[in-house]
Design a protein around this ligand. Sequence first.
Ligand code: ADP
Length: 585
Amino acid sequence: MTFRAKMFLTALAAAALAVFVATTLVSWSVRRSLEQRTERELGTDARMAAEILSHRSAATERELDAEADALGRILGARVTFVAEDGRVVGDSDLTADQLRTVENHGTRPEIVEARQRGFGAAQRHSATIDDDLMYVAIRVRSPGMPRLAFVRLALPLADIDRQLASVRSLAAVGFAAGLAAAAGLTWLLSAPLARRLRAIDERTRRYAAGDLSRSIPDYGQDEIGSVARMVDSLTHDLANRLAGLEADRARMAAILSGMIEGVLVVNAHGRLQLANDAARRMLRIDDAVEGRHYPEIVRQPAVARQIEAALAGRPTESVELTGLRDDAVTLIARTAPVEVSPGRGAVVVLHDITDLRRADRIRRDFVANVSHELRTPLTAIRGYVEALADADPEESRRFLEIVSRHTLRMERLVRDLLRLARLDAGQEVLERVPCSVDALFSAVEVDLAGLLTSRRQTVVREVAPDAATVPGDPAKLQDALRNLLENATNHSPEGGRIVMAARRAGERAVITVADEGPGIPPNDLTRVFERFYRVDKSRTREGKDPGGTGLGLSIVRHLVELHGGRVTAANRHGRGAIFTVELPA
Ligand code: ADP
């Protein structure tokens, strides 16, 4: 049932009730006033009758009854004469013969009252004439009618009922008209209200469906307007808060998924609430983990123990995890208790410290390598210096030459180490200018002229016209190329041919140094650029002079990368190695 129908029916019921109550009250009050008036009139008539009778005389019962009949006709009411002992001695409605059979009226309420106070009135159903009657009795003192003590007037109440019926029907018509008007008005007046409610209902339904595009129109200052405004503001407020929460959640999710560290959150019941992408990756967790118990998900006993301790409120120490995905990866897990609602949960943070560990290992290896590289010449120097004491002049000269060679080697080593340290620390600044490739090639050839001549080697230059100049730092490029040419010379046979070439490949300038030496074993092609890496390890192990410092290619790689380029090693098809330097042109 619609609100309007309900309202209408309620108003109708209220109006009908009001009409019923009003009609009842009106008829009650009209009846009362009619009765009072009738009683008053009957009283007046009775007094008048008493007055008339006081001057009349009637000796026999028949005369008395005739008096009663005459009086009844005058007054238009039933007139009864009652003797002091209550016997009926005259009645306008009964014949003289009938009077004898009438019961004694001495106990009738109106007669009892009249005997006591001179006047009495009553209403009751008359068995004699089977009708509701109003009775009025008055004491009469008539010298001419000694047997007469009371005269009683009676009027049927049906008269009053008749009058009342017309009043009632009039009232009913009036009230029915009022009721119809009230119903019509209610129906008409409820229309705008129903319309407003329908509009609010429609908008709230849209709100519930998530459409907040339009607000509920302002419906004025009454309660409906105020409810509509309240619903509107609450809904928009709620929507704003939800949007805020959603934004917070998205931000949080973005932060968590963007984090390098893995994060796991376990609630007070030991169920996983969150595992970010990094944590899933690190611990190899599959997707649907939220809500599951942590021992099912976290398969690393050390981490599980940490979570257990954190949930119990015990302090935990960070643990290092290895052998997870691959042996190279090292993680460190820290777990802390957190207050989550409800109770205490745990947050596990996982850091990938693989790089840190690798750097540490490299540093340790490097220190060991440097110590080893320095110890070899130092041991030799000490040996020959000690031997000098007993040596003859010829031997002394030879020993001193050896000492000098080792000193030179140490000097070179320290020089290269310092250079690498400078490059590592980013202390070398790059000056990028257009460099003539021919000039660079000539300069390194001049630098190594002695070596080339002694080994009777020739250098062939092949510079493509579009690669005649390259942008770069000439001194650094010269250092890099000198290293490569020196390696090529050292590994090429005597009388060999070394090709230095330059060409362009797209956006890059490519410089190559190719020799006719033994080449490099395929497994070592990338490793030759590591510090102290040598293909032929036997030389250093046996304490022989290894020739170079093992740092040359490392320095080359640093210098080339400083230019934004890269250097690679490969073997030529025929014989020999080829080093390729690519520079951004
Ligand atoms: P080194 O100073 O000992 O030459 P590098 O770093 O320059 O050190 O070279 C590392 C290793 O790479 C060398 O020990 C050598 O075994 C190998 N290598 C370098 N250049 C060549 C080449 N042109 N032919 C063959 N092997 C080479």
